[in-house]
Design a protein around this ligand. Structure first.
Ligand SMILES: Cc1ncc(COP(=O)(O)O)c(C=O)c1O
Length: 370
């Protein structure tokens, strides 16, 4: 039985009527850009995230870009981040004119090492961007302690609805930092039927700046206080996301249940390390990522058995050709490089059946002769 890495059609079948109704309301209204569905979604995402404000935008990449612009980050500035992430985290630092500074990860969680981050701060550092990789929040409070006073942009593209106990209290992804950024790319836990993104913040001044930046730096039509972007969220996407949001908690709980199943079924294999979730965290498992020996052979073996997998991410960003100008060499971030050689993500989506989970487990075990 083939098991894809992700089956969006299986999810769509369960919500088709409510999503199509929501889309048709927008179609009948013929109001496609921003407007009420976007405002309602912003309200709902701010509520979920425990923040005072949320601003929708075109995608998770723009959310990072706008966040940096709202903090006046640009030429001559440095932004410290992890090299073990999707390209957008660092591509946007470059695109605002700043310099990405890469520091190594914590090998257990794959998230940025707060100590390494703190040690990399210089007088030119304007922000830190920890990433909540695979759905587990970065230790944002430890980043804040390691770099006192430095603004933090939490790249929460993969972690909407994840939480972490900070000083004894649950904090949601995006809640405890200067700006949190989300992506609604279709494969995310809350995915649209196209691109979408959002920024959350507790700060009213930043909120107003983000609103302005996403519409060409203008609040009053045709009057521009600064040069911004066209980075609006479509009403159709907001309608889809609004219809999906009430299911998010249940979907994330199912992902956690699938993860617990795999942990129990694969945890005894020599040469396989199941994901480590910090006891302070509740992950939403956007990915279930094993660390394994002979990764490429395992991936080929699973492919031959019809099991979808992916390697997030095979080449850390400090070694990408486009960042050669920064001067990093192999060995600069050894844990990120080791992770890139050892990780493999297997199907974790909420609609997986017990038979499919069994199939994945049997396929992985058979590779290790068990
Ligand atoms: C960690 C991370 N940052 C940023 C992004 C960019 O989001 P988008 O694809 O919506 O631009 C993604 C997702 O693709 C991501 O996984």
């Amino acid at each position: 039985m083939p098991v894809p890495l992700l089956d969006l059609r299986a999810q769509h079948r369960t919500i088709r009527d409510s999503v199509v109704d929501a889309m048709m309301r927008v179609v009948d209204d013929q109001a496609f850009i921003l407007g009420r569905p976007v405002e309602e979604l912003e309200c709902a995402v701010a509520g979920l995230s425990g923040t005072r404000y949320a601003v929708g935008c075109a995608n998770g990449t723009d959310a990072l870009l706008l966040a940096m612009r709202a903090l006046d980050i640009g030429r001559g500035d440095e932004v410290v981040t992890t090299p073990f992430t999707f390209f957008a985290t660092a591509g946007t630092i470059h695109n605002v004119g700043a310099t990405p500074v890469f520091v190594d990860i914590d090998p257990a969680t794959f998230n940025v090492s707060p100590d390494a981050l703190g040690a990399a701060v210089t007088s030119r550092t304007k922000a830190a961007i920890p990433v909540d990789l695979f759905g587990q929040m970065a230790a944002v409070e430890r980043v804040a302690a390691a770099a006192p006073g430095l603004p933090i942009i939490e790249d929460a593209a993969q972690s909407i609805g994840a939480r972490r106990r900070i000083d004894g209290e649950w904090k949601m992804a995006g809640e405890a930092v200067t700006i949190g950024t989300f992506s609604f790319f279709p494969s995310k836990n809350l995915g649209g039927y196209g691109d979408g993104g959002m920024m959350v913040t507790q700060d009213e001044t930043i909120f107003r700046r983000l609103l302005r930046l996403r519409t060409h730096g203008s609040v009053k039509t045709y009057f521009h206080e600064e040069v911004g972007y066209n980075s609006r969220l479509d009403a159709l996407q907001a309608a889809v996301l609004g219809a999906k949001l009430p299911h998010l908690a249940e979907w994330s709980a199912k992902r956690r249940a699938n993860a617990a199943f795999y942990d129990a079924a694969l945890g005894d294999l020599d040469g396989v390390t199941t994901p480590y979730v910090d006891p302070l965290n509740e992950s939403i498992y956007n990915q279930y990522t094993l660390r394994v020996e002979r990764r490429d052979e395992l991936q080929a073996h699973l492919k031959a058995r019809g099991i979808g997998t992916s390697v997030y991410y095979p080449l850390p960003l400090h070694l990408q050709p486009c960042f050669a100008y920064l001067g990093y060499k192999a060995g600069s971030c050894p844990e990120a490089e080791r992770a890139a050689a050892e990780v493999i993500s297997i199907p974790i989506y909420p609609e997986l059946t017990r038979d499919q989970l069994d199939e994945v487990v049997a396929a992985v075990r058979s590779f290790y002769g068990r």
